[in-house]
Design a protein around this ligand. Structure first.
Ligand code: NAD
Length: 320
């Protein structure tokens, strides 16, 4: 593979690059280096291009210079709260940027017959709310509720249309909430641990009863690798960790683990319920049967052990 990874200096992208690098003949990372990126996360940084996926000339130049045959597309604005404050950057990067990328890859590829892949890394949030007792399958209709989810849904549909119209070699994945090292400070788990470590209030939106399915970022990366190697072009794969937990339960677990580690008590008292996020989805739930049956992937990391490792990582990072 001559592999291009967009957004490779961000949370999931950096883990993916570090995992996949030995298998790639060439690995080029294209990243705008926003607040969410950190070059220190990368073991391999020799082919980093600091730039924007919306920059058509740059994308074209990278494809031709490095003879790219595979793209794994992570680059995105990814924080729901920011998309509620202003959706502009989300439309620009997530929708327009994706369209520029697939446009250029389509044209660059048009006369080639070699193995080519475009993996579009998307989210379970495009499906909206999972009613009690149901889980999202690949056939669940889209019903995105946040501007972030809507921008990801729009980009999914562009990618899908290129497959249908141009036979573009795309595969789309929808993953649930990732956790692990390298996540931006503003996300839930880093925020909770930073608050505990610094003895500050832990903000919890509304009742905290919103349910999310959590997956270790390492399991997400192995799922993406199996999609890359064995996934069928034109298909969609849902990826979940099979760990449905309410936000408040997650916060309590982190508090209890922290108290256990430090031989203290009382972290739970730091919890403060704050006004709920606008349009907050009450439940996400992923059915990963297709990728498990078809590609033989399954999540291998034990949730509580990974959560403890994650707690240890951010406790050190945020230690006062
Ligand atoms: P992140 O915000 O940590 O990283 C995004 C990366 O993209 C950053 O390095 C940033 O600099 C880069 N970027 C942003 N705009 C860019 C642009 N215009 N051009 C080039 N690079 C740009 O995000 P993440 O959590 O690692 O998510 C990566 C992808 O996975 C996203 O597409 C997201 O929608 C998807 N996803 C995330 C989760 C999750 O739980 N974090 C779950 C499912 C899917």
């Amino acid at each position: 593979m001559n592999l291009l990874v967009t957004g490779g200096a961000g949370f999931i992208g950096s883990h993916f690059c570090n995992t996949i690098a030995p298998a790639a003949k060439k690995l080029v990372i294209l990243d705008k280096l926003t607040y969410a990126a950190n070059l220190n996360y990368l073991d391999c940084r020799n082919l980093l291009v600091a730039g924007d996926i919306c920059d058509r000339a740059l994308v074209r130049k990278i494809l031709y210079t490095h003879e790219i045959d595979t793209i794994v597309h992570f680059a995105a604005e990814s924080h729901v709260d920011r998309s509620i404050q202003s959706a502009e950057a989300f439309v620009q990067t997530n929708i327009v940027g994706t369209q520029v990328l697939i446009d250029e890859f389509k044209d660059y590829n048009s006369n080639e017959s070699t193995f080519k892949r475009f993996i579009h890394v998307s989210t379970d949030e495009v499906y909206g709310v999972a009613k009690k007792g149901t889980s999202f399958t690949e056939l669940t209709p889209y019903a995105p509720n946040s501007p972030y989810a809507a921008s990801k849904a729009a980009s999914d549909l562009m990618v899908r249309s290129y497959y249908k119209t141009h036979n573009f070699p795309a595969i789309i994945t929808h993953c649930s909430n990732n956790f692990g090292p390298h996540q931006a400070d503003e996300k839930l788990i880093p925020t909770v641990i930073r608050s505990i470590v610094n003895n500050e209030c832990i903000p919890v939106y509304g009742s905290g009863k919103q349910i999310r399915d959590w997956i270790s970022v390492h399991d997400h990366c192995t799922a993406l690798a199996s999609v890359l190697y064995r996934g069928r072009v034109g298909e969609t794969y849902n990826i979940g960790g099979d760990n449905e937990v309410s936000n408040i339960d997650l916060v309590h677990r982190l508090c209890d683990y922290y108290d256990e580690f430090t031989d203290t008590s009382g972290s739970r008292k730091l919890v403060r319920h704050v006004p709920d996020r606008l349009g907050h989805d009450i439940r996400y739930s992923i059915d990963s049967t297709k990728i498990i049956k078809e590609l033989g992937w399954k999540p291998r990391r034990l949730f509580d052990r990974e959560l403890k490792n994650t707690l240890e990582y951010y406790s050190k990072k945020y230690a006062p």
